[in-house]
Design a protein around this ligand. Structure first.
Ligand SMILES: Nc1ncnc2c1ncn2[C@@H]1O[C@H](COP(=O)(O)OP(=O)(O)OP(=O)(O)O)[C@@H](O)[C@H]1O
Length: 587
């Protein structure tokens, strides 16, 4: 595993590796994740405007559409039940005063109880629908984020952002679905039904309510803008913390070797502290926004109450009507006030959903994919003017690269360290998309080819091969899952592996660097010889091998007769290659 040389800055959250979420990942991509760490941070999304509901979410998730319909029905029924409760109380008390008897109160009691029960049931049903929707949407988004992360042919997102989304990030949608959205629906349904109900009994009160209601959304919008900025900042800090942690865990062996492991505690503490400060700022704004809206609503209700009180004294309005209006007036403002209170739930939920959707909907190859089948038979790779610059880097990793790897040939890529050879190879696997130029396979643009078919055809050995937990044979069978024992043994033999196929290995542990490389080569060899592989892409496959084993490995690759592109500095590989291409001029 290659660790960059900026270890001393690790403890500093302001260092490029930690302070900037777009900063490069500390640990370079491994074989299983060839382009991980190219560092496109979608956490930025949090800073963009978060509308009430991202239309992409409605489009994608059937559960959201269903939620909107049921919430609207539940919201309207809730509004009707509120009016029914107010009417039962107002009528019962008003009539009791008029008749000087408790009989009217007793008469309305069953209706009142019924209305309360209905309201309770509606609230329970609303919660149930919200929790289920939230669970369904989170699960769908997490699945799609994972698929998007593993999908080739696109810029790989920042791993910290992906980890945040896959773990706690999307939990912000709970508040969005369980509190904000239902409240949003109620904030339309309840005032509308109440204004109509009040208007039927007393037009003046309805007019006062209608003219004071808009004050709440106006102030809510003002408060919301402040909340949104803070939420975006909090989201970025969280992504940075996750990024920091991932890098730290991956780099721990090196940090320990250089006696720097303990020093990282300070960096973690500072990232954690930044997270705490941002979270507290969000909470502070949420509390203040609740206070402002509470004040506005109280003043508005007071105006209604004073006006109707004076009219009752003057004898212009009867007791039942005034009670009805007084009970309903606060209910008209309540849902709007609550929307304000839950706005920060929406902002965090919307930021999380937007980050997930940006990642999921990022179009590979600028949307030019046509899923053309991979041509049958031997493959030829031609690279035309390919360039690439990693996010946040001032110098391009690759610039205007051209070469041809003819059918059945072994093409060696050589060049200075850091010249972009591994990057180029990752592009040919389809994992990283060229920023400029084109890569053609038998004349068809790589972007237009069905990526699953391309992955099937590629036999890859990365610069830092990884192992999965299991046996040596299990690891070789990654090349072809149903390979027989004899086929696995053949592949191990061809790659010069003398290990027992049943030997237990762990992720990244248990084998020497040379053995690991040979097992990875056996895996690729098996894929071509007995599986679907038609194109070998090998990144330093013989590094660390002794001369004799290296020659055997080269012979094994050549014997397959398929198109192979090999990154190597080794003279034996360069001598055996049919063509040698120089890549990069930097050192
Ligand atoms: N994830 C990344 N983010 C930012 N820069 C990167 C990333 N991966 C590689 N680079 C940079 O891109 C350039 C090309 O890297 P690459 O690994 O392709 O070179 P290489 O020719 O394979 O090097 P080597 O021979 O040492 O393996 C280097 O300058 C490297 O620092």
């Amino acid at each position: 595993m290659a660790i960059r040389e900026n270890i001393p800055e690790l403890g500093d959250p302001k260092s490029p590796a930690l302070g900037d979420p777009k900063g490069p990942a500390l640990v370079k991509g491994r074989e299983a994740d060839p382009s991980a760490g190219s560092g496109t941070d979608k956490g930025d999304s949090g800073t963009r405007r978060s509308g009430a509901l991202d239309p992409r979410l409605v489009r994608r998730a059937a559960a959201v559409r269903w939620h909107l319909v049921t919430t609207s029905v539940i919201g309207t029924l809730t509004a009707v039940s509120i009016v029914a409760i107010a009417w039962c109380i107002a009528y019962g008390v008003g009539a009791a005063f008029d008749q000087r008897s408790v009989a009217p109160i007793l008469a309305v009691t069953p209706w009142l109880a019924g209305a309360f029960v209905v309201r309770g049931l509606l609230s329970w049903l609303g919660d149930l629908v919200a929790v289920r929707t939230s669970a369904a949407v989170k699960s769908q988004l997490r699945r799609e984020v994972a698929q998007a992360y593993l999908r080739p042919g696109r810029d790989q997102p920042d791993r910290g952002t992906v980890i945040t989304l896959m773990t706690t990030g999307l939990d912000d949608l709970d508040g969005y679905f369980a509190r904000y959205l239902p409240q949003l629906v109620l904030s339309v349904a309840v005032p509308a039904v109440i204004v109509v109900a009040v208007g039927v009994r007393d037009l003046l009160s309805a007019v006062i309510i209608v003219s004071t209601l808009p004050l709440i959304p106006v102030f809510m919008a003002l408060v919301g803008w402040a909340t949104e900025k803070i939420t975006g900042r909090r989201w970025r800090v969280q992504a940075r913390l996750a990024h920091h942690f991932v890098d730290l865990v991956a780099g721990l062996p090196t940090l320990r070797a250089f006696g720097r492991a303990k020093g990282q505690a300070e960096g973690l503490r500072r990232s954690g502290e930044a997270n705490r400060v941002e979270t507290m700022a969000t909470l502070r704004v949420a509390l203040l926004s609740a206070l402002v809206l509470e004040l506005l609503a109280t003043l508005s209700v007071a105006i209604v109450a004073v006006v109707i009180g004076l009219r009752v004294i003057a004898g212009h309005v009867d007791l039942t009507t005034s009670l009805f209006v007084l009970i309903l007036a606060p209910e008209a403002y309540l849902p709007l006030r609550k929307v304000g209170v839950h706005y920060h739930d929406a902002a965090t939920g919307a930021a999380a959903a937007r980050a997930a959707l940006d990642l999921i909907e990022q179009q590979p190859c600028d949307g030019t994919r046509r899923n053309r089948p991979l041509p049958e038979g031997p493959l030829e790779v031609s690279v035309h003017g390919v360039g690439y610059r990693y996010p946040g880097q001032s110098v391009p990793a690759l610039d205007e690269v051209d070469f041809l790897a003819p059918v059945g040939s072994v093409t060696a890529l050589r060049g200075p360290s850091g010249g972009g050879k591994s990057t180029l190879l990752r592009m040919i696997t389809g994992w990283t998309r060229p920023a400029a130029g084109r890569i053609l396979i038998n004349g068809t643009d790589l972007c237009e080819i069905d990526q699953a078919a391309l992955q099937d055809a590629v036999a890859w050995v990365g610069q830092d091969p990884t192992l999965i937990r299991g046996t040596v044979a299990d690891n070789v069978r990654l090349g072809r899952a149903d390979a027989s024992d004899a086929e696995v043994a053949h592949a191990l033999f061809a790659a010069g592996v003398t290990l027992d196929p049943d030997r237990a290995v762990d992720e990244g542990l248990g084998l020497s660097a040379g053995e690991l490389r040979r097992v990875a080569l056996a895996r690729a060899w098996l894929r071509v010889r007995y599986g679907t592989g038609r194109l070998m892409l090998l990144d330093e496959p013989t590094a660390g091998l002794d001369e004799e084993t290296e020659l055997d490995a080269i012979a094994a690759i050549k014997e397959l007769g398929v198109t192979a592109i090999v990154v190597s500095h080794r003279p034996a590989v360069l001598a055996a290659a049919d063509r040698v291409i120089g890549i990069g001029t930097r050192s």
